[in-house]
Write a protein that binds this ligand. Structure first.
Ligand code: IMP
Ligand code: MG
Length: 289
């Protein structure tokens, strides 16, 4: 089947972005699609340069691939414009008219919310506030209402479905990880969306029959930025510092040091089951002692 999906198997930050970039080149997909919000940073090493992308698909590294943001993508326009400049890939970018613009008021209200920033440990991008407005059917700015994005707007479901009919192949880049899913994760220490494969398809405007391989990305240990469950958490400062330095276990959007725990087989099993994962990818294997 023509749409391969990549998602995180643990508490986020499994290296999904790197796997997406690798697959985009290796699998030479015609389209790379990204969904979700800018609270997730995909860090990619490419041609001696580090790219931390909060919105642009990691698949930009394949110069032939069209890059797509679906109706389930949440955009901070200033950040996206910076990434367009950084990647030089604006000429390949297509955005669904109903992708939502996260406005400064969303970011401000989330950052002013002591419970969200404290107990939940929100990244503070305003994604949750924008999702809430959408659920409440409050006035919102969509990508189609943003003059700066006008040239990228396309009917994404129509475009993708026509491309599928022509035999195109697509890589769908999910965000965060299983433990952060609003449906299946460790509520309330979760994000404001579901973060499993079926939802990524819906957020892009794709039906389930097109799903092909489903990649679940893991590390040989588990990390978490902020509060929530971490089984067998490492507390030894010396051991932890190796993860924070060599392993770069520092939030790419939030800058927070990530908490580290042992690999959790129950979570891995749950991930494989709920995502119907067909392939496993493991990053940071070099940190195994
Ligand atoms: P929010 O989605 O920014 O509101 O954050 C809610 C919870 O999910 C917090 O515990 C965050 O640390 C966590 N979270 C959200 N996005 C990411 C991510 O991309 N990587 C790791 N943790 C995340
Ligand atoms: Mg991340």
């Amino acid at each position: 089947m023509p749409v391969d999906i990549v998602g995180g198997g643990q508490g986020g930050d499994e290296g999904t972005g790197k796997i997406c970039a690798y697959l985009a080149v290796k699998g030479d997909y015609d389209y790379s699609i990204r969904v979700g919000g800018p609270n997730a940073g995909h860090t990619i090493f490419f041609n001696d340069k580090i790219y931390t992308l909060k919105t642009m698909p990691g698949g930009f590294v394949n110069k032939r691939a069209k890059l797509v943001l679906g109706a389930g993508t949440y955009i901070i326009t200033d950040w996206l414009e910076k990434e367009i400049a950084l990647t030089g890939a604006g000429n390949r970018l297509l955005i669904d008219p109903h992708a939502v613009i996260i406005e400064p008021r969303h970011t401000a209200s989330e950052r002013a919310d002591a419970r969200m920033m404290g107990k939940i440990g929100s990244v503070g991008t305003g994604l949750g506030a924008a999702v809430r407005d959408r659920i409440d059917r409050k006035p919102l700015r969509f990508a189609k209402d943003e003059p700066r994005l006008k040239k990228y707007i396309k009917d994404v479901p129509e475009l993708l479905n026509k491309a599928l009919a022509r035999g195109s192949r697509m890589l769908l880049e999910g965000t965060q990880g299983m433990k952060l899913s609003n449906l299946h994760g460790e509520y309330p220490f979760v994000t404001s969306r579901d973060t499993t494969a079926s939802t990524f398809m819906g957020e892009a405007g794709l039906g389930p029959k097109y799903a092909g391989e489903v990649y679940a990305v893991f590390k040989p240990y588990v990390t978490r930025v902020g509060p929530g469950m971490v089984a067998n958490e490492i507390k030894d400062k010396k051991v932890l510092s190796r993860y924070h330095t060599v392993g770069r276990e520092v939030g790419s959007v939030s800058g927070r040091l990530r908490r580290v725990g042992a690999f959790d087989m129950d979570v891995a099993r749950q991930t494989v089951s709920i995502n119907s994962a067909t392939r496993l990818a493991i990053t940071h294997i070099d940190l195994l002692e």
